[in-house]
Structure formats: C-alpha cells, structure tokens
Write a protein that binds this ligand. Structure first.
Ligand code: N01
Length: 480
C-alpha cells in the first residue's frame, strides 16, 4: 500500500512514524512549507507557549527529559518536533514546498496534485492538516489605511521593531493573553482591545532545574510517570468537567478563575471590565501565570469600547477615542471549520467533500467520511479538540486507523469507508450529548457550529478510548 500524508505537523510526523512501525514503507508526506512543525512552525508570536504542561504535550513514545519549563516556549516545542522527525527518518519522506490542492478518487486509488503541478497516486490518504490553521481575519472599516504594521498573530512579522513602540492587540483569547504577558514590559504603550472578557486560570510556570532534568534523563521511568500523572490529572480535573457543566469539578475550575480575578485585579472598575458574564470554560479556558498583573501595568490599557474603524494612525473606538498605534496585532483566532482546505477532495462517484460538508464538516469518529474510502483524518471534525491533549487524541486515532487497514493489508478488501448510517447515528448522539456540556451554557466561541452545537467530542474520554480500542467493522463498508 502506498500512503500519502498531507501535512508534516504534530499529526503528520506521528502518522509517518506509526506507519513505519507497522511495517509500511511506501510513504510520502506533502508539506506546503519548508519545515516540519505545523502550528509551532507557523505561530512564532512573542510569548508563545503551550498551556498544556510540556511533559504531557509530548508523544508517549518520545518523552523528553529536557523540557525547560512546566509550560515550555514555542521554539522549544518546534525543536522537539523537528528532533523527533529527524530521529525517526521522517524528513526523508517529506516533499517540502508542495501544497496538495487536489485529491481525487479514480479507479480505486487517490490521485493527488500539488500547487506546483506534482502528481502522485496513493492507496491511502491521511490528512494531518490541523484544526486551527486558517487565520480568522476581521474586516474593520479602514483596515488598509493603517500606516503602521498590521499582521495576524499566526503571521508575525519579526522585522517590525516592538521595543519602545505603541502596540495594540485585538482579541482576548489564549494567543492575545500570551502576547500581553510578553510585550507589556517591552513596549511604550500597550492597548488590548477586548470584545468579550475571558476567564483566566492562574498557572505557574517554573523552570526545571539542571538537577531535575538530569534526574529525568537518568531515569526514563520518572519521565513516564510524570507524563502519565499529568495526562490522568488533566482528564480527571478538566476533560470530565467540561462535559458536565453542573459537576463539582467544573465548579472548582470556575472558583479558581474567580479567585484569580478577585485576588489579582485591584482596581474595581478594571476588575468588572475583565469579569466575564458566562461560565468558565464555556469559551476555551485561558491559562496564564501573570495576565492580570501585566494588564495592570501603567503602560497597559484594556479597551472595552467596541472598535469602530481603523484609521491611518490607529484604532478609533465607539466612544470617539483614537488609540494611536505603531503596530496592530490581530489575535483574532482561526477558522475551525476549514478542515483539509484548500485541498479539493473528490470521493467515490465524483462526490465533492465541500458538498458533503455544505452544512458543516462531519466525520465518523472525526476520522473518516462516507464515500471517501481510505481517506482518513487525524484530529478531524468534531473530535476532542477542547477536552484532551491533541497529541494523545492523534495517537489513539492513528492506532485505530492502522487496525482499520488490517483487512486491506490482509487482502480481504481494497478499501474501507464508514457507512452513512453509522455516521449519522453517531452524529445525532454527539449533538444530543452536547446538552449539559459547559460549551452550551451561553457564550460565543469557536467551538460552536452554525447551529450553536459545539463541534467537539461531547462524550467522555473513556468513551473515546473505548471507540479507539478497536473499530466496529459493522460501521464500515469493506469493498473492492
Ligand atoms: O483565538 P480565539 P486565539 N473584533 O478564537 C476576538 C489555541 N491556542 O488565537 O471572544 C473584535 O480564542 C475574539 O473576541 P470574542 C487554543 O485552543 C492554544 O487566542 O469572539 N474582536 C477573541 O477574543 C485557543 O482557543 C494555545 O468576542 C475579535 C479573539 O479575537 C485557540 O488556539 C495558545 C474579532 C480570538 O480568540 C485560538 O486562540 C494560543 C473582531 N472582529 C492558542 N474577531 C496554547 O497555549 C475575533 N475577535 C495551547
């Protein structure tokens, strides 16, 4: 079997390693950029880190004793993925600078075409194209008139000087909060444009000492223990809480966020401006060691009046104030519904994936789509994107895909795809389970689809593990 993997980020690297471990060698990875790393290659904004502890945010088979911090910075995470890819011979299989624009099912195989015109044929395609990948760009009046530098947080322009300048950031998500912590001390004036206040949970970010790192290095069981402990605690404290808005665990998270706000924001006016009017973790919870401290610095300003337009010298808000800026950062998030795009995927009988997904992306177990045989996604639509570590999810999904391919490898069939019946039933159950989760308690967030249903896994982690343990073959068509 020949495999084409689209994307050489966390999931594409994983897929390559796991396919090779399973004895498959005919693998090509198409990567539009010139380096592996995905999200960690693209996001280089000041302050970038992962708010999942580093010892948990690691492949289970490549634990890293050298993490510098509990929440290590983005460049360290990028180096980790590059190192893993190099150690496992991933680079040799990657065609860099090749964006797959077309993927068509013809005569029982997948025919691929890249933007450069390269063509290829594969038996199996694995789309490891990420979740939050396409920037969400706001369209304020006068955007083009701004005379300073303006860019999205995922397209950071490092040629633009920041020290001693007037910097504005639009947004209050995880990205904007990390940028705030990193920039307030560097710039002359910092303006944070808040449309909606966010709950912020306080997390400390201590450095691992040389002795601690040496202890991890000398005792792999210790690193494994920490990885397992963190993953388990996260599931117990968070993954089970978010699917039960009334649970004591959810209340405990909310109490911590409220205490953070009450204890660390001294000015009562600012405190109320920063107080959300919805449940904690309804939007993606923001974690920070020092956001409240930084936003109270004398050179920092929280702007809550809505943005009216952008002018050559800055941002004009509805209260008439012109916030003069040299640099404007759009920390306005991503388009989470743009799975696999811009690749045009045409399945059996010429059916286009865009047509199947007209009402929104859907996939059986977030992995496969009826009518698209041997086309699999890692971290695809409606998966556990807001509840568990995406690395753990991708590992479980990859193990599942390998099992699903066993009948093909054994020659019992040539292709596998889920049935519409199984897909529709699971989707109906998933939507029903959304009631009672914290994501539906009354806020706007990128989790919600057009109908206000969270586009995520609304069941428990155990259910996910059970589903991933072994494919239920009656949910699939084995053909050819
Ligand atoms: O994006 P977001 P993000 N006018 O969508 C505002 C992951 N992540 O890049 O809330 C004014 O969360 C928008 O306002 P509102 C993590 O999963 C992880 O910060 O919609 N404002 C919001 O405040 C995260 O959830 C890490 O009212 C506008 C902000 O922009 C996801 O990435 C670090 C606007 C967007 O927030 C995305 O986070 C960073 C407009 N027209 C990110 N449009 C880790 O550490 C949007 N906004 C793992």
């Amino acid at each position: 079997m020949r495999f084409a993997i689209i994307g050489a980020g966390m999931a594409g690297i994983l897929a390559t390693i796991k396919l090779r471990e399973a004895g498959y060698e005919d693998i090509v990875v198409y990567e539009k950029a010139e380096r592996v790393g995905g999200t960690w290659r693209e996001n280089t904004y000041p302050g970038i880190a992962c708010d999942v502890p580093s010892h948990a945010y690691s492949y289970s088979f490549e634990l890293n004793p050298e993490w510098s911090h509990r929440f290590s910075p983005g460049d360290e995470i990028q180096a980790y993925f590059e190192g893993v890819a190099a150690r496992h011979g991933v680079h040799e299989r990657v065609r860099f600078g090749e964006e797959v624009v077309r993927c068509e099912r013809l005569d029982g195989r997948w025919h691929l075409r890249t933007e450069r015109g390269t063509t290829d044929v594969a038996d199996v395609v694995i789309a490891a194209t990420g979740v939050l990948h396409h920037p969400n760009l706001p369209s304020f009046e006068g955007m083009d008139s701004f005379e300073g530098a303006c860019f999205h947080s995922a397209r950071w322009d490092h040629s633009v000087p920041l020290d001693g300048r007037r910097v504005g950031v639009i947004g209050t998500g995880s990205t904007a909060v990390q940028i705030t912590s990193a920039l307030v001390d560097r710039v002359a004036h910092f303006s944070l444009f808040q449309r909606t206040a966010q709950w912020v949970i306080k997390v400390d970010n201590p450095e691992f000492s040389a002795a601690e790192r040496a202890a991890f290095r000398n005792d792999p069981a210790k690193v494994k223990g920490v990885h397992e402990y963190l993953s388990r605690s996260f599931r117990e404290a968070f993954s089970s809480a978010v699917i039960d808005a009334d649970s004591p665990a959810m209340q405990a998270i909310e109490d911590q966020c409220r205490a953070n706000l009450e204890d660390h924001v001294t000015d009562p006016v600012l405190r109320e401006q920063l107080r959300p009017n919805y449940r904690a973790a309804c939007k993606r919870l923001v974690a920070s060691p020092d956001f409240y401290e930084k936003i109270q610095h004398l050179n920092a300003e929280l702007v809550t009046s809505p943005i009216e337009r952008i002018e050559p010298n800055g941002v004009r808000t509805a209260d008439g104030v012109l916030h003069q800026l040299d640099v404007l950062v759009l920390a306005t998030g991503f388009r989470p519904d743009r799975f696999v795009r811009p690749t045009t995927v045409t399945g059996r009988d010429g059916v286009n994936l865009d047509d199947v997904w007209r009402e929104g992306p859907v996939a059986y177990l977030s992995i496969a789509v009826p009518g698209f045989p041997n086309f699999f996604m890692l971290n695809g639509p409606n998966g556990p994107v807001g509840n568990f570590s995406l690395i753990e999810v991708a590992e479980l999904q990859m193990g599942y895909i390998l099992q699903l391919l066993e009948p093909v490898r054994a020659g019992r069939c040539r292709e596998v795809s889920p049935t519409w019946e199984a897909t529709r039933n699971l989707e109906a159950e998933r939507r029903e389970a959304a009631v009672g989760t914290v994501w539906t308690t009354g806020c706007n967030s990128w989790y919600l689809d057009r109908e206000g249903i969270p586009a995520t896994w609304t069941f428990s982690f155990d259910r996910f593990c059970d589903e991933m343990a072994a494919p239920k073959l009656d949910a699939y068509e084995l053909t050819g």
